[in-house]
Design a protein around this ligand. Sequence first.
Ligand code: HEC
Ligand code: HEC
Length: 255
Amino acid sequence: MKAAALLAALLVLAAGRPSARADDADPFVARGREVYIREGCIHCHSQYVRPHVAADVERWGPASDLGQLLAERPPLPGNRRQGPDLARVGNRRSAEWNRLHLAAPRAVSPGSRMPGYAHLFDGTDASDGEALVAYLASLGADTIPARLTAVAAWRPAADAVADPVRARRLFQQLCTPCHGEAGRGDGPLAARLSVRPPDWPAQGWRHVAAAADVELALARIVKFGLPGSPMAGHEYLPDADVLGLARVVRSWQKP
Ligand code: HEC
Ligand code: HEC
């Protein structure tokens, strides 16, 4: 079946179902969903982790429940996928990161092609932005413990080979806005964050336990971020790059 025909069939099916939306309980979250629809986020974002698609499940967790999707009013599987699937974005992006990102995507996600939505935060009704942030936080919030378990079990593929030159360039491009050129936590965005990035040469690690395998612990943070923090994951990077970046970070610490 063609994608458009499939979507039409889904919408017909959905029309006859009772509503069972998680956000029914919270009017502010429900309003955020309206903002999501109004702003056309569905033109670039799906909320459907496809069954039988290994890459989907690997990156975003178990396949979405079709019954649950169809119970929504209206269902938001998305029109096409230009950016990441958002079905469970609440388990991986903090409210603070979402605010910074929506206002100016390229500030926290260099090279992003997502348009900015600063108007939602400073227009006549500035709470539209906050409602949208609350809605994003609600998506998959119940899957946070499962994600933490998966993160703790993750390790890079055994055959991943880091390229140090490429890793330096990636650090420069993706990390210096917050971490600064020399990992001192003094990038141009740092002063605007609720928590300062660590000054690695002076202070060492903040989130790596003394007994831990340092490189692995850093790689997990680079890939999956820190929960509730402006430090977001880079889930889309191949393991070789994650490993390379972990080594760059490690190199900042004084001997
Ligand atoms: C023109 C396409 C486009 C539109 C429209 C768009 N986005 Fe995005 N979005 C992207 C792309 C591409 C990325 C990946 C790069 C990045 O992080 O900015 C992204 C990333 C994201 C992320 C980060 C997800 C993750 O796991 O990294 C969130 C959250 C998000 N968008 C929310 C929204 C919301 C909410 C709207 C509507 C207000 C929206 N986007 C509209 C293209 C789009
Ligand atoms: C939007 C800002 C921002 C960006 C971009 C960012 N970070 Fe972070 N990062 C932070 C903040 C803030 C912290 C500290 C968070 C805390 O303590 O809660 C942090 C913490 C970390 C940690 C934990 C280190 C420790 O001392 O335990 C690692 C590792 C890390 N970042 C690596 C990276 C890498 C590599 C990149 C680029 C691929 C990157 N970060 C991009 C803001 C950012």
